[in-house]
Write a protein that binds this ligand. Structure first.
Ligand code: EPU
Length: 431
C-alpha cells in the first residue's frame, strides 16, 4: 500500500438513512468564540466544540500567541494569561479564513495586530475591506503589505458608528471583538445577523461585555475596560444539521436530529415544504420522514445572508434537487465562485445547465455511481449527498476539505445506515 495514497470515501448508494443522532456544536461559532477568549486574562471554557481541522488549527494559532489550551471530549479550556501579542505564522493564517479573527482581540488588547492573508475555501475573492474599514473607524491605522495586514492603535480604540458595505459574518465578528473593549459606544450598522454572531455576543456578554441587539441589523456595543473568563456552550451546527437532513431526503429516509435549533433552519425547512419533504419539529428536534413512493417537486433557491437560505447549504440542496420533478433554479448570491460542485454532479448523470452563479437543475434523474472530487467543504458534502442517492459505487476525493468543517460526517451517515467508508486509494484510478 502506498503510504502517500490520497484517501477517499467509498460510498455504495441507495441505502435509506434511518435513525437518530445529536448534532455537534457549530464550526462557525467555535472559531469566533475561541478568538473571544483572547480578550481576558482569565481562563475560559467552551463546551460543545466540534473536533474539526479548523478548530485544531485555530488552537495552534492560539498556542503561538502564548495561550495554553486543552481539548478533551467536546470541551476546550483556554488559559490566555500569557498573551503578549505576536501574529499567526503565515502558513497557519493561510490554513483557514477565521485566522483573521485574531486581529480584533489583539488590536483591542495590545494596540497592534498583524496577520498574513487568511485562507479557507476558494469560493470567491473574499476581500477584507469590511474588517479594515471597521478597524479604521475605531481609530486604528491599517496597512496591507504583500498580503499581510498590519494595524496599530497605540492610544486604544474609540467607539464609532460603523456602516458595513456588506453584512460580512467574519467582518461583524472581528468588529465585535475589537469594539467590546473600546472606549465609548460603537454601533455596527448593516451587521450580519447569523446565529453565530448571537452566540459570540452572548459569550462576550457573559465575560462582562455590553452588547445589545446582536442578531439584528444594527448592533450596539458599550465598551468596557476589562472582561473576565467565560463558560460558554456553542450553538448547534445548523449546517451539519441541514446537510444530514438533505442527505436523508435524498435517500427517502427517516431520521431524527436531536439538540438542534429549528429556528436557525427556517429557510431550509421552507424549501423542504415546497419540495414535499415533511418535517416534524419540536423545540430542539427535527424529524424527517419520507417513503420511497413520495415524489419530490422542483423549487427555486437563492443563497443569501441569514435569515435567507444559507450559502453553505446551496451545494448540498442542489444535489437533492436532481431528484425533484421539474426544473429547479438555484442562485448563489453570497460568493461569486461557489458552483464548483456542478461539473462533479454531472458525473453522476445530473442534468444541470449553469451560467455564472445560477444553475437550472432538471429532474428527476437516476444518478449512477461516479468518481468525483470535492473542491471545498460544502461542495464535498454535496457530492456525498449525490453518492448516497446514486445507484452503485462512488468515490469522493478531496475529503481533507470535509474534515475542516464536519466533525465526522461519514461516521454520522454510517450511524444512520449509509454504506460509506474512508479508504486509501489502492489502485491507479484517475479522476
Ligand atoms: N465580503 C466583502 N468584503 C469583506 C468581507 C466579505 O466584500 O470584507 C464579501 C465576500 O467576498 C462574500 C460575502 O461578502 O461575497 C460574504 O462573505 P462573509 O464575510 O460574510 O463570509 P465569511 O465571514 O468569510 C463565513 C463563514 C462561511 C460562510 C459565510 C457566509 C466562517 C468561518 N465562515 O465566511 O462558512 O459561507 O460566512 O455565511 O464563519 C463554510 O462553513 O463552509 C463557510 C465557507
Amino acid at each position: 500500500m502506498n503510504a502517500d495514497a490520497e484517501p477517499y470515501l467509498q460510498i455504495n448508494g441507495q441505502r435509506r438513512l434511518v435513525g437518530e443522532l445529536r448534532v455537534n456544536g457549530a464550526k462557525n461559532a467555535a472559531l469566533p468564540c475561541l478568538a473571544a477568549a483572547l480578550l481576558s486574562d482569565d481562563a475560559s471554557r467552551l463546551r460543545r466544540v466540534p473536533h474539526i481541522e479548523d478548530v485544531h488549527r485555530f488552537l495552534d494559532i492560539l498556542t503561538i500567541l502564548g495561550v495554553e489550551s486543552e481539548f478533551t471530549d467536546d470541551e476546550i479550556n483556554i488559559r490566555p494569561s500569557g498573551v503578549c501579542g505576536g501574529a499567526p505564522p503565515d502558513d497557519l493564517a493561510a490554513a483557514l479564513r477565521a485566522s483573521f479573527l485574531v486581529m480584533g482581540p489583539l488590536l483591542a488588547r495590545t494596540g497592534q495586530a498583524s496577520c498574513g492573508a487568511p485562507g479557507g475555501d476558494v469560493i470567491g475573492a473574499r476581500p477584507l475591506d469590511v474588517h479594515l474599514a471597521g478597524f479604521q473607524a475605531l481609530g486604528a491605522s491599517v496597512e496591507s503589505i504583500g498580503g499581510r495586514t498590519i494595524a496599530h492603535a497605540p492610544n486604544g480604540l474609540r467607539g464609532a458608528t460603523i456602516v458595513l458595505d456588506y453584512p460580512s459574518v467574519l467582518g461583524t465578528e472581528n468588529l465585535l471583538l475589537a469594539s467590546v473593549l473600546a472606549s465609548g459606544r460603537t454601533r455596527i450598522v448593516n451587521a450580519a445577523m447569523e446565529p453565530e454572531i448571537v452566540c459570540l455576543a452572548e459569550m462576550l456578554n457573559s465575560m462582562g461585555g455590553r452588547i445589545s441587539h446582536a442578531g439584528h441589523n444594527t448592533i450596539t456595543i458599550d465598551g468596557v475596560e476589562r472582561l473576565v473568563g467565560a463558560d460558554h456552550e456553542l450553538i448547534p451546527d445548523r449546517i451539519e444539521a441541514g446537510t444530514l437532513l438533505i442527505a436523508a431526503a435524498a435517500t427517502r429516509g427517516q431520521i431524527c436530529l436531536r439538540g438542534v435549533e429549528p429556528v436557525h433552519l427556517e429557510s431550509l425547512l421552507a424549501k423542504f415544504r415546497e419540495v414535499g419533504v415533511s418535517i416534524r419539529r419540536s423545540d430542539d428536534e427535527l424529524e424527517l420522514s419520507l417513503d420511497s413512493a413520495t415524489s419530490l417537486r422542483a423549487t427555486n433557491v437563492q443563497a443569501l445572508p441569514y435569515p435567507g437560505f444559507a450559502t453553505d447549504l446551496q451545494a448540498p440542496i442542489t444535489a437533492l434537487l436532481t431528484q425533484a420533478e421539474g426544473t429547479s433554479i438555484v442562485h448563489e448570491r453570497v460568493f461569486e465562485n461557489r458552483m464548483q460542485h456542478l461539473d462533479e454532479l454531472r458525473k453522476f448523470g445530473a442534468n444541470i445547465i449553469a451560467g455564472g452563479s445560477v444553475s437550472a437543475i432538471n429532474g428527476p434523474v437516476r444518478l449512477s455511481g461516479a468518481v468525483v472530487r470535492g473542491t471545498d467543504i460544502r461542495a464535498t458534502a454535496a457530492l456525498i449527498v449525490a453518492a448516497l442517492a446514486a445507484d452503485g459505487e462512488s468515490r469522493a476525493y478531496g475529503i481533507r476539505h470535509l474534515a475542516r468543517g464536519y466533525a465526522d460526517l461519514p461516521g454520522q451517515l454510517r450511524t444512520l445506515g449509509a454504506d460509506i467508508e474512508q479508504v486509501p486509494r489502492l489502485d491507479t484510478l484517475t479522476n
